[in-house]
Design a protein around this ligand. Structure first.
Ligand code: MN
Ligand code: MN
Length: 319
């Protein structure tokens, strides 16, 4: 029997050696035949403060050499269940934001059109818009789960409509997401207006501010989240700045008082059973990530996303 592609084991080749793909998976160009594929979007033209997320995918891949193929907490065996590879990076035009957005849309749509669920390594959060355009074109209107310190529902920045502070508002306007099936988790910090976080709530979003999760497990609220998004296609967008800046300092718009890495695991594991059609992990900026902890955390969270995709089998001793 042919075995699915497997990560190159550190038992066969030391972690610090060999080519650096996501989790040391085979690199492929085509998504044909894949159930899921990691794909990088090295983009930072939409940032409003610190940049550098164009280097995010490379840093996440480099740190991902430490992620092993079985999930010891949940029993998930994703590589025994699914055909997964690394699809490389999306081609971009670093001199043109809007042109790049279209290039991202086309590439992700082609991946999704092959029946492959993309697991996307960002990139600043502007890239959420082309991801949603591509996946809504394939699957219809989506539910959205956004884990983020920021709502990203601004109308514009400096007159620009496509930035990393605006993708969720654009997605609502374009009908890519159903406002009654949108959840935002981890919002906090200071705002431009006192009702910044209420814009989505007025349309039907469920907003779970970071303060509601302080000093407690995120697991109970995930039942509410699952009910809110219900059946039908769901997209997960995970902005690494949802985590406390002590946990994940390597990002462009850090905020204090954020989620712990444990809560991040609880949130992603709480998505099991949903029809996740794609996921992204965005806003990792390696030049502010002196220990690599932010990129390492991102790599682990992407693995956890893979572990909750539909079709993943759970081994004996499942919890
Ligand atoms: Mn964001
Ligand atoms: Mn953010």
């Amino acid at each position: 029997m042919m075995r699915n592609p497997q990560p190159l084991s550190a038992l066969d080749m030391p972690r610090f050696a060999g080519l650096t793909t996501m989790m040391r998976l085979p690199a492929v160009d085509s998504a044909e035949g894949l159930n899921a594929g990691f794909i990088g979007v090295p983009f930072d033209l939409g940032t409003s403060n610190r940049n550098g997320t164009r280097y995010g995918p490379r840093a996440i891949r480099a740190e991902s050499v430490l992620v092993r193929p079985y999930n010891m907490a949940t029993g998930a065996a994703p590589f025994d269940s699914l055909v997964v590879s690394d699809l490389g990076d999306v081609r971009l035009n670093p001199y043109n934001l809007l042109n790049s957005i279209d290039m991202i849309t086309d590439r992700i749509a082609s991946v999704a059109g092959s029946g492959c669920r993309p697991l996307i390594l960002g990139g600043d959060h502007t890239v959420l818009l082309p991801h949603l355009r591509a996946l809504a074109a394939t699957h219809g209107t989506l539910a959205l789960i956004q884990v983020d310190a920021h709502a990203d529902t601004l109308d514009e920045l400096y007159g620009e409509k496509v930035t990393h502070g605006t993708p969720v508002r654009r997605a609502v306007e374009e009908g890519l997401i159903d406002p009654n099936r949108v959840v935002q988790i981890g919002l906090r910090g200071s705002g431009y207006h006192p009702d910044d976080f209420r814009w989505g709530e007025r349309l039907g979003f469920l907003v779970v501010q970071a303060e509601e999760l302080w000093h407690r497990s995120a697991t109970p609220v995930m039942e509410t989240v699952r009910k809110k998004v219900g059946e039908g296609p769901v997209y997960l967008t995970f902005d690494i700045d949802s985590l406390d800046l002590g946990v994940a300092p390597g990002t462009g718009t850090p905020e204090i008082g954020g989620l712990t890495s444990i809560q991040a695991l609880e949130i992603i594991r709480g998505l099991r059973g949903l029809d996740l059609v794609g996921c992204d992990l965005v806003e990792v900026s390696p030049m502010y990530d002196l220990t690599g902890a932010t990129a390492l955390t991102a790599a682990h969270l992407l693995f956890e996303m893979l572990c909750v995709l539909p079709g993943v089998q759970y081994e004996e001793g499942e919890r």
